[in-house]
Design a protein around this ligand. Structure first.
Ligand code: NAD
Ligand code: IPM
Ligand code: MN
Length: 358
């Protein structure tokens, strides 16, 4: 029987509550579809930082490297500065494993009400493709003149031709694949090239070059400011949206809000070159405001597990998980509060697991 080894990092806050649900759901799907999953759990987290002074061991990245995939909850907790926790765990994993494509689907699932009046599932169904290792997220810069009235922070953004071209090419590939299964075949570029930054005119130039290589795919580009407005006013305009690290980050929280809740949003940090395992983590964070209460929505973690199984080649198992999620969303008794339901995490999880068995 085929088996896959998964490195699991539940991390902080609700990561600890939703990752076990995703594991149980993935196990149930594996049993149904005839493959096995073995999990190696790593306790890398802000709690570990408090105990040891390190988010993960020095050779942490190498410890997860020899798995088929990585399944991560969330990183970050009050008391540990975010730049310490994130640069100590999440960002090195993304960079050192070359997870340069962050794929974040946005879909209004059946049973979920969009906060936008009258929108139907057919109208909100797109993918944000986010550049994941460079751009505005760079270590180049610094803080100067601390505590004086000349105090300043300087931040460089890095846009390489290689990094820019490959994420755009990846977005066009996804659009082509989607077109083959009935979508429009359209890529939108998130830009801000109206004169204020060096990076974005370059981004636009490269987008034009990449677009000419894909004449079968229609394109449009919007400045990020109006694009956020279009996400709300015209979500039906979008098929694949490609953005830089920061713009993609922002759009991939806004998209799920339009599709009901950040609590359902999945993400895949992909190494398309397959030189290292890819990493799967919900879009949401550790949610300190609700952590420990047993009320977090586990759907994002389960949908993320579905993306992981699909990436591993278990396409039918992934579909089983997606269908089970939709069954659980049908009733307010099994929908969590962020989606207008009354369920805690446990009954929502239970209904997903039960639906997998059907
Ligand atoms: P967050 O996503 O943790 O929470 C934002 C809001 O959404 C909160 O009100 C929260 O209760 C709600 N929410 C999030 N997930 C939910 C779920 N599954 N069910 C129900 N409600 C949910 O974002 P934040 O508050 O900006 O960040 C908190 C911490 O998490 C910070 O340390 C941040 O850096 C970190 N973070 C980590 C990741 C990651 O590891 N991938 C992603 C985002 C934020
Ligand atoms: C995400 C998160 C991270 C990011 C933070 C926690 C560094 O917001 O995965 O979307 O900005 O990439
Ligand atoms: Mn984010």
């Amino acid at each position: 029987m085929t088996g896959y080894s998964i490195a699991t990092i539940p991390g902080d806050g609700i990561g600890q509550e939703v990752i076990p649900v995703g594991q149980r759901a993935a196990e149930a799907a594996a049993a149904k579809h005839g493959f096995t999953l073995s999990w190696t759990e790593f306790d890398w987290s802000c709690q570990r930082y408090a105990e040891t002074g390190q988010m993960m061991p020095d050779d942490g990245v190498d410890q997860v490297r020899n798995h088929d995939a990585i399944y991560l909850g969330a990183v970050g907790w009050p008391g540990v500065p975010d730049h310490v926790s994130l640069w100590g765990l999440l960002i090195p994993l993304r960079r050192q494993l070359n997870l340069w494509a962050n794929v974040r689907p946005v879909r209004l699932l059946k049973g979920v009400q969009s906060p936008l009046a009258g929108r139907t599932p057919e109208e909100i169904d797109f993918i944000v493709v986010r550049e994941n290792v460079e751009g505005e997220y760079s270590e180049i810069g610094g803080r100067l003149y601390h505590g004086t009235d000349q105090e300043m922070a300087i931040q460089e953004a890095v846009f390489t031709r290689r990094g820019t071209d490959r994420i755009m090419e990846y977005a066009f590939q996804i659009a082509s694949e989607r077109k083959a299964s009935g979508y429009r075949g359209h890529v939108t570029s998130a830009t801000k090239s109206n004169g204020i930054m060096h990076s974005m005119p370059f981004w636009d130039e490269r987008f034009e070059v990449m677009a000419t290589r894909h004449p079968e795919i229609a394109t449009s580009k919007y400045h990020i400011d109006i694009l956020t407005a279009h996400f709300v006013l015209h979500p039906d305009w979008f098929d694949v949206v490609v953005g830089s690290n920061l713009f993609g980050d922002i759009l991939s929280d806004l998209g799920p809000a339009v599709a009901g809740s950040i609590g359902i949003a999945p993400a895949a940090n992909i190494n398309p070159d397959r030189t290292a395992p890819s990493m799967f983590e919900p879009v949401h964070g550790s949610a300190p405001d609700i952590a420990g209460k047993g009320i977090a929505n586990p759907v994002a973690a389960v949908w993320t597990a579905a993306m992981m199984l699909e990436h591993l080649g278990e396409v039918e198992a992934a579909k089983t998980l997606e269908r089970a999620i939709e069954v659980s969303l049908e009733s307010p008794v099994t929908r969590t509060r962020d989606l207008g339901g009354t369920a805690d995490t446990a009954p929502c999880a239970q209904s997903i697991i039960a639906a997998i068995g059907q």
